[in-house]
Design a protein around this ligand. Structure first.
Ligand code: ADP
Length: 399
């Protein structure tokens, strides 16, 4: 079974074609600047590539570009779209409506539409993507939606209710939803495969640290708390996002600078985090390099990241009442031995001990704690696309 996994943003479309027999990626690519002008890149794992700047007026035209890359020319991997059995979409916000992946129906589309208010940038684009797929692939091609917050739907109210007047929860559904759920689910499932047991009775922290970052506390295989909130902004310092700060600091800056709500959002999401502190970049590699070259604000940004990850880990160990394993994942979690080492050393009072040699690993799965360590520490590369493809297969096989 071949499944196309897509992630539609307002001006972008990322895709992967996955052959579920052997769970192999056959092709992947990216359409950018949809509705602006257009850019397309497609590649295959054996190194074939295609790229163009054809105008992409909308997501339908973007999908036509994907179709061309998959079925023609240098990057051809299939003869026709008929070979694709189903499409799996990443959806950021499922609110409290969806706590599992589902087949797309008119009712499901209405549900996603009803949540646009909660994630205006994302859900509207996802709907455009679903409709464009129906145009390009036909109404009969099964489409499945996989929600970023679904895995966090097991959080208890004490973890997801914000202590603002309760009426805002009732009126507007303002609460913690959490994100990166597909990644947290993939990594915790992988851990249970490594252990060869279910996660029943186990306490696990997954640290997804990338451009966007979140931690989740997982007890008996179920999320009991996570750092992201109603949007992917809460929690700790990220590439260009501020994470949690005193809410009054934001209204104060807003008043002083005369910022509109949209400008304030922009400031918190795009100008803060590693970028805002270092003034160098939102990219961890650039910040690490600048710090090594003696840039003090870059070093401060790294210190804040290390400190805040440590602090949230401590909080989640307390929330879980202990911890059996910590798993690092995503761009920074998989590739920054120095951050992993620093955080684990800060937590050495828990009996955590890292094997320095093993911790040199980048982007590969490995247990990095020593045999004596009281807590097992792993690097587990995430694979959200594969998780979406697996959900899609499971749903489509039952049709
Ligand atoms: P996204 O949240 O956009 O999916 P990723 O999970 O791909 O992001 O993470 C991107 C981050 O990972 C960037 O800050 C990048 O610098 C960092 N990263 C990637 N490779 C390395 C590396 N070798 N060393 C340190 N950081 C890295």
């Amino acid at each position: 079974m071949k499944i196309l996994v897509v992630n539609c943003g307002s001006s972008s479309l990322k895709y992967q074609l996955i052959d579920m027999d052997g769970e192999k990626m056959l092709a992947k690519g990216l359409c950018e600047r949809i509705g602006v002008d257009g850019h397309f890149e497609g590649k295959t794992p054996d190194g074939r590539k295609t790229e163009n700047n054809n105008i992409l007026n909308n997501h339908t035209e973007a999908f036509m570009e994907v179709k061309k890359a998959l079925t023609e020319g240098e990057t051809k991997v299939i003869d026709s779209l008929d070979e694709i059995d189903a499409i799996g979409h990443r959806i950021v916000q499922g609110g409290a409506l969806f706590n599992d992946s589902v087949l797309v129906t008119e009712e499901v589309k209405k549900g996603i539409e009803s949540l646009i208010d909660l994630a205006p940038l994302h859900n509207a684009a996802h709907l455009q993507g679903i409709n464009a797929c129906q145009e390009v692939f036909g109404m009969d091609k099964p489409e499945v939606v996989v929600f970023d917050n679904a895995f966090h739907s097991t959080m208890p109210p004490k973890a997801f209710i914000f202590p603002v007047p309760y009426e805002y929860y009732e009126k507007y559904k303002v609460r913690r939803y959490g994100f990166h759920g597909t990644s947290h689910r993939y990594v915790s499932k992988r851990l249970s495969e490594i252990w060869g047991t279910s996660l029943e009775g186990k306490k696990v922290i997954v640290a997804h640290i990338g451009n966007g970052s979140s931690l989740s506390a997982i007890k008996d295989g179920k999320v009991i708390d996570t750092t992201m909130g109603i949007t992917p902004l809460d929690g700790f310092i990220m590439g260009s996002r501020c994470g949690g700060v005193d809410p009054s600091a934001i209204t104060y800056i807003q008043a002083k600078e005369g910022l509109t709500p949209a400008e304030t959002d922009q400031m918190m999401n795009k100008k803060s985090g590693l970028l805002g502190i270092s003034g160098v970049s939102s990219d961890m590699r650039d910040v690490e390099k600048a710090a090594a070259d003696g840039n003090e604000r870059a070093q401060l940004a790294l210190d804040i990241l290390e400190y805040q990850v440590t602090k949230y880990m401590g909080a989640f160990v307390a929330a879980l009442g202990g911890v059996d394993a910590i798993c690092f994942t995503a761009g920074v979690g998989e590739n920054s031995p120095s951050l992993r080492q620093a955080v684990c050393e800060n937590l050495s009072f828990l009996g955590i001990e890292i094997d320095a040699d093993r911790n040199r690993i980048r982007g590969e799965e490995l247990k990095i704690s020593t045999e004596n360590s009281k807590v097992e520490v792993y690097v587990i590369p995430t694979n959200e696309e594969l998780m979406i493809a697996r959900d899609t297969r499971e749903i489509v096989e039952k049709l």
